[in-house]
Design a protein around this ligand. Structure first.
Ligand code: C2O
Ligand code: CU
Length: 503
């Protein structure tokens, strides 16, 4: 554990190897103390004890007698309690506030949703209306962005459209979830600080047509930067942070110092969803000890699932895995982190993030048949080029899209329904995870050796490289398009694209 933390500090040195002074290595106390167990969901969001029984099932015979969909459990996670008896409405309360949590043996000041890290998992089924009664108990304004959900722009957490929720105020987010998939939520005001401090949570939209699995899990992967006293060093204060985004020296697996332990059994098939919620770090994950099939990405299930041993996840990206346990033993998700050894050579540290113990049962796993995913062909209406660059301004480094530093006017206006092919050219060596709100795109070409299938809202644009995407502007409104390295976004790499509604 100590070795892990110390090893990670060298990543900072590595990140600065373009000839810049690095931050001093941060030393952390030996974190041999186990993190506190997270409170049970019941303690977090217990609905008012009500004397009235649940409303009786409708006596009318249902015209289409569909099985009511039952939300899965997500063992070990805090799940937001649905306070609305209507089976097609999910209504939850969410409170953002400050707290202190024990992380790696230190008392760390955090800002979190509902006092847990990550925030409670919100789940719904496709087509449901979701109502989030949000209370801001922070000392500053905030918003919630539903990363990946194609909701209306007024519910998207864009502070330029709807004023942020002020300290001690409330706001009701209300939207229909149009597609199934793995999503997450986080603020869009001073995001480099608020997300780093712990304001993020997972969100799942289920497709009732998906075959049942033996367990659903959501792995929320993060890193945070802490000093010797468990405090966050000043934001945007170091040159490496300005250049590469804030890389943490402590990895977090669902809010805890890893590895997180999981119990499972031979013969089971589980669905694991993963999201990278770091400010800047791209994670490379090695999967071993079970059969891992990628069945979904940002926009839900993909047409051609594939087996994978390594995943590369930029900030904001999601993967859905079908995990099959053929044999007893251990299944492990490891983060592969470039670091320096004592001799000063670059080596890869393997840091176990999730460790599943597979109990022997002698049972053979079943094969899961996933319903087909249709990929409609679309003709390209327009071709555009987008560039990512940097320049030195009077106040320091600025990051720019199409040469524009934090433009307040939209950088493009399209008509609803347009299909636009973009060549995204990165003119500098630093990578940029590009994120588009409110729409899907597909990746047509990518320089890296990792598949990037399916509908996407986030994609890594590596240094000095070009990525081609095809974007489907089907959701009218004003949409943010930005780098998800939150420091880059804060330093200019934030723009908007307008989609004019069809008449
Ligand atoms: Cu995950 Cu604009 O955000
Ligand atoms: Cu960037």
């Amino acid at each position: 554990m100590k070795r892990t933390l110390v090893a990670l500090t060298t990543v900072l040195a590595l990140a600065a190897c373009d000839g810049e002074p690095s931050q001093p290595p941060l030393l952390l106390p030996d974190g041999s103390v186990e993190p506190e167990p997270e409170p049970e969901p019941e303690q977090q969001m217990e609905p008012e004890p009500d004397s009235e029984p649940e409303p009786a099932p409708d006596p009318e015979p249902d015209p289409e007698p569909a099985e009511p969909f039952e939300m899965p459990e997500f063992p070990g996670m805090v799940v937001a309690v649905d306070l609305n008896p209507d089976p097609d409405i999910v209504e939850v309360e969410l409170i953002a506030g400050g707290n202190t949590l024990e992380i790696g043996g230190m008392r760390v000041p955090v800002r979190v949703y509902d006092n847990v890290l990550p925030g409670p998992l919100i789940q719904a089924k496709v087509g449901d209306e979701v109502i989030v009664r949000f209370q801001n108990k922070l000392s500053e304004p905030t918003t919630i962005h539903w990363h990946g959900l194609r909701v209306s722009d007024e519910m998207d957490g864009n502070p330029r459209i709807v004023d942020p929720v002020q300290a001690s105020e409330t706001f009701e987010y209300r939207f229909v979830v149009p597609e199934a998939g793995s999503f997450w939520y986080h603020p869009h005001v001073r995001a480099n600080e608020q997300i780093e401090q712990g304001l993020y949570g997972p969100l799942v939209v289920h497709d009732p047509a998906d075959p049942p699995v033996d367990a659903e899990r959501y792995f929320v992967i993060d890193d945070i930067l802490l000093d010797n006293n468990g405090r966050p060093p000043a934001y945007l204060a170091s040159h490496p942070e300005v250049m590469h985004g804030r890389h943490g020296n402590v990895l977090l697996a669902n809010g805890q110092v890893p590895p997180m332990a999981i119990e499972t059994a031979e013969g089971r098939v589980e669905r694991w969803r993963l999201v990278n919620t770091a400010n800047a770090r791209t994670f490379t994950l090695a999967l071993s000890g079970a059969r891992f099939k990628v069945i979904g990405t940002d926009g839900g299930r993909i047409a051609e699932p594939y087996e994978a041993q390594v995943l590369r996840m930029a900030v904001g990206e999601r993967f859905d895995l079908e995990v099959t346990f053929d044999e007893p033993g251990d299944a492990v998700v490891e983060a592969l982190v470039p670091t320096l050894n004592d001799a000063g050579d670059v080596v890869t540290a393997r840091i176990p993030m999730y460790e599943a113990t597979i109990a022997g049962t002698g049972e053979a796993p079943r094969a899961i048949e996933w319903p087909a995913v249709e990929v409609p062909e679309r003709a390209v209406d327009r071709e555009e080029e987008m560039t990512f660059n940097a320049f030195n301004g009077p106040a320091g480094v600025r990051w720019v899209i199409n040469g524009l530093d934090d433009p307040q006017e939209p950088i493009y206006t399209f008509d609803e329904g347009e299909t636009v092919r973009f060549s995204i050219r990165n003119m500098q060596g630093q990578e940029h995870p590009f994120h588009l709100h409110g729409q899907w795109f597909r990746v047509l070409s990518h320089p890296d050796p990792y598949p990037v299938p399916g509908l996407k809202d986030s994609v890594l644009v590596p240094g000095n490289a070009t990525v081609e995407i095809e974007a489907y502007f089907d959701n009218p409104g004003r949409w943010m398009a930005h780098c998800h390295i939150l420091e880059h976004a804060e330093l200019g790499m934030m723009s908007e694209i307008v989609v004019r509604p069809a008449e």
